[in-house]
Design a protein. Sequence first.
Length: 250
Amino acid sequence: MKEQLHTIPVNEGFEAEDECPFCAMERDVEHRTIRYVVGPSATYMEPHVRAATGRVGFCGHHLKSLYDYGNHLGAAMILQTHMTSLLDELKQKAEKMEIPEKKGLFRKNIPTQDTPYWEILAARKHSCYICEDIEYNMSRHYHTFFVRIKDKEFRDKVEGCKGFCMRHFARLLQEAENYLPDSQRHWFYTTAYRLMCENMERVKGDLDWLIAKYDYRNAGAPWGNSQDALPRSMQKLQGIYPGDPPYKEK
Ligand SMILES: [Zn+2]
Ligand SMILES: [Zn+2]
């Protein structure tokens, strides 16, 4: 199958020799999006980007990413638009605000038509321009994955990978229900579960040896692959890279 623009990130993910190819893809997308928002192309100066980030905002994790990246003027300008719209909304709410009745056992709950403001604010905790972009790109990558597995060369690549993290394995099984071609049904499920079992076993073995190395009797024994077993175990569990330094502008 000919390499096309949208298949490149998926291939690169499987060539990354990472504990999870989808983690590798996701990290790439995340870095690209952070760079897009506050990076050298200065898209934060463009009204449509400011309008979009202003509307959606950022989750706590990605606010920290914007801070860490290092372009503090760009990040400040992005937040300025976001805070302006929040402040407008807040003032409107404050103007219309009625003191809520105390909830009581014998008091009738009067149904209100409006969603309580706290509910709107609570939902915003997860509203994030960068998360949305990651989700958009990752859903395309899953789709591409299930198109590519019709190709033997790609299937070989998958068989040689180090399995997946639990988070992306769950998503892969979910997406299989939508995209898995019938011809690869048997191959996909047997391969995916085999990869997961073998590689969880391997990483757990590394973690076991890391713990055993703390025993003075093993002090002289070689580390093997155990030195970074802790961050790799954490990645297998939740698809994170705890050992990564913050992503910064160059
Ligand atoms: Zn992963
Ligand atoms: Zn986010």
